[in-house]
Design a protein around this ligand. Structure first.
Ligand code: TXA
Ligand code: MG
Length: 324
């Protein structure tokens, strides 16, 4: 297929989608690998480009809340309230799917994951389509999510025709995934919308991070793409007993470590802004993973707001778990 074209034209993106192709699209969370959610061939292509197992379902992206009734069977009152407050934005809701959504998209589940992404270019694109876009993060299965068009180009550029370039993702972490049980909101994946924000709207919130999301896949598959460099939480003074300083990487919140070369260190927010840190996290991990390091020390981030999701992603790296 040659190399993908990178461009800023929603109309060109639309032309590729109309042909049943899959393309890179920007969102405020991370870049997506998008195809027509109502076209099974396009959906199959998403799985194959990403090298993702078919039992791991896809998020369906719509232009606005008004469209949701075409794709879901019932909408809990809490879903209305949350959508009103946080859509477009980094929140994905699991809701009973209607027949228009195929089992391929949901991997056989009766629930579909759905969200309105908060990126002007992708909203413009969605408004010009008469179908929603199925889109997982645009990384090969098992690797860090992309937060720029270049990230997508580097890993999937030879497999897709077009990447819609909307600049660096402003949130930088995947969406928060929730479902509803009676009067409760269940959080299945910590992400770009902090729990505190949801708690202000919903009376009861229960954290069930990464449980029941895709139980068939958890821990079973070894990934070819897992970041090569191990992440650890032993601080530099401990690591220096076993590794030379030039082989140690650092992911730090506000300050660097004098004992480690500055080039090996990624400071996520000098001014201590947790949202800025979230925005920079994945690019920092990619950068360090490309250096020939033995090991990367990742600090603990404050466990509030997006700090929880940052710690969650770093813990996944620590445990050498896959990302989807
Ligand atoms: O921010 C995001 O959510 C990005 C952007 C592109 O929207 N997308 C994203 O997709 O992170 P993905 O496929 O990389 O991660 C979605 C997660 C997966 O863990 C998947 O198993 C879960 O959502 N998921 C999707 N549909 C589901 C469903 N019907 N039931 C349960 N889990 C579902
Ligand atoms: Mg993913």
């Amino acid at each position: 297929m040659g190399l993908a074209k990178i461009g800023k034209e929603a109309l060109e993106a639309k032309l590729w989608l109309e042909k049943g192709e899959v393309i890179g699209i920007p969102t405020e969370t991370v870049y997506g690998l998008a195809g027509n959610a109502l076209n099974d061939e396009a959906v199959v292509k998403i799985f194959s480009v990403k090298d993702r197992p078919h039992f791991n379902p896809l998020i369906v992206h719509i232009a606005s809340f008004d469209q949701i009734s075409q794709y879901v069977e019932e909408i809990p009152v809490l879903a209305y309230r949350l959508a009103e407050k946080f859509w477009p934005g980094p929140l994905t809701m699991l809701l009973a799917k209607s027949d228009s959504i195929s089992d391929l998209v949901t991997a056989g589940s009766a629930k579909v994951a759905i969200r309105v992404p908060g990126h002007p270019l992708t909203l413009e694109l969605l408004q010009n389509l008469n179908y929603p876009l199925a889109a997982p993060s645009a990384n090969p299965f098992g690797y860090i999510s992309p937060t720029s068009a270049e990230h997508v180009m580097n890993q999937l550029g030879d497999k897709i025709p077009y990447i819609l370039d909307g600049g660096p993702s402003t949130v930088g972490l995947e969406s928060t995934i929730i479902s509803f049980e009676e009067d409760k909101v269940i959080i299945h994946r910590l992400g770009g919308l902090g729990i505190e924000a949801i708690e202000e709207t919903a009376a009861k919130v229960e954290l069930r991070n990464r449980s029941n999301l895709n139980p068939e896949s958890s821990g079973k598959l070894k990934s070819h793409y897992a970041p090569a460099t191990a992440l650890v939480q032993d601080p530099p003074e401990v690591l220096l007993k076993k590794h030379p300083p030039e082989k140690i990487g650092v992911i730090a919140f506000t300050d660097s470590y004098p004992s480690i070369p500055q080039n090996n260190q990624q400071i996520l927010s000098q001014k201590g802004d947790i949202n800025e840190a979230a925005k920079n996290l994945f690019a920092a991990l990619r950068y360090l993973d490309q250096q020939t390091l033995d090991i990367i020390y990742a600090e603990q981030f404050p466990n509030e707001g997006l700090g929880r999701a940052i710690n969650d992603r770093l813990e996944r790296g620590l445990a050498r778990n896959k990302d989807d």
